[in-house]
Design a protein. Structure first.
Length: 238
């Protein structure tokens, strides 16, 4: 069957479109898309406003962009500041900058370098975040690595391997002047290693509580270690 070739949507400077189905969508400057978009590749450089739902194999943002609908696709690469009001489902999500998600995010691999805020839940096979992070609901994944900057918060964390640690990138001389802490209601997983974490409950197989942690209750099934510079009010083997 012969493949029907789709057209391209290109906005240079200031412009708008009602959306549609395209091969490529390119916004260079200030662009507004009022309807839904289905495309192979989307790139926004400058300031983009996308009011509908988007289905795209790849999305790349350089600059600022706002998305009023849901997004689904294979890859999203963000460099700059982005606000997405609805759900996001993607294979690979990479963020360098500042991103706000109004609902939930689901992906195979999520890599964050910068500030991220997710109102509801986040599900990923692999999740790595370095920077200020806020997740209102649950964070679930097989492999989770968080390097918090500032006062970070997550409702609940569940996974196979969970690690929260201070970033090696922060200078030894600067560390005493910054409060880099993750606050979470509960953490549950198989292999858990924590630093600079405040939690009501931590439950797992092998648990290591490191420096600057404040934990109300630890429940472990195999091994448990606690640093001298940590405060664990209660722990028990189950």
């Amino acid at each position: 069957m012969e493949r029907v070739k789709k057209g391209h949507l290109v906005i240079n400077g200031i412009g708008s479109s009602n959306g549609g189905s395209f091969e490529d969508v390119l916004v260079n400057g200030v662009g507004t898309i009022n309807g839904n978009i289905e495309c192979e590749h989307m790139e926004s450089s400058g300031k983009g406003h996308f009011k509908g739902n988007i289905v795209s194999e790849s999305i790349k943002v350089n600059g600022t962009a706002s998305f009023g609908g849901a997004i689904s696709g294979e890859k999203i690469d963000i460099e700059g500041s982005v606000k997405i009001k609805k759900n996001v489902q993607v294979h690979l999500l990479k963020v360098s900058g500042n991103s706000t998600f109004g609902e939930s995010v689901r992906g195979e691999s999520i890599n964050i370098e910068g500030r991220i805020s997710i109102t509801e839940n986040c599900d990923a096979e692999q999740f790595h975040a370095r920077g200020p992070i806020k997740i209102g609901g649950e964070l679930n994944g097989e492999s989770i690595l968080i390097e918090p900057y500032g006062n970070c918060s997550i409702g609940e964390i569940g996974g196979q391997s969970i690690s929260v640690k201070q970033s090696a990138r922060l200078s030894h001389w600067l560390k005493p002047f910054f409060t880099n802490t993750l606050s979470v209601n509960s953490i549950e997983g198989d292999e858990i290693e924590l630093e600079s974490t405040i939690a009501k409950m931590v439950r797992g197989k092998n648990i290591k509580i490191g420096k600057k942690c404040e934990i109300d209750l630890v429940e472990y099934s195999d091994t448990f270690e606690v640093d001298n510079d940590a405060d664990v009010k209660e722990y028990r083997k189950v």
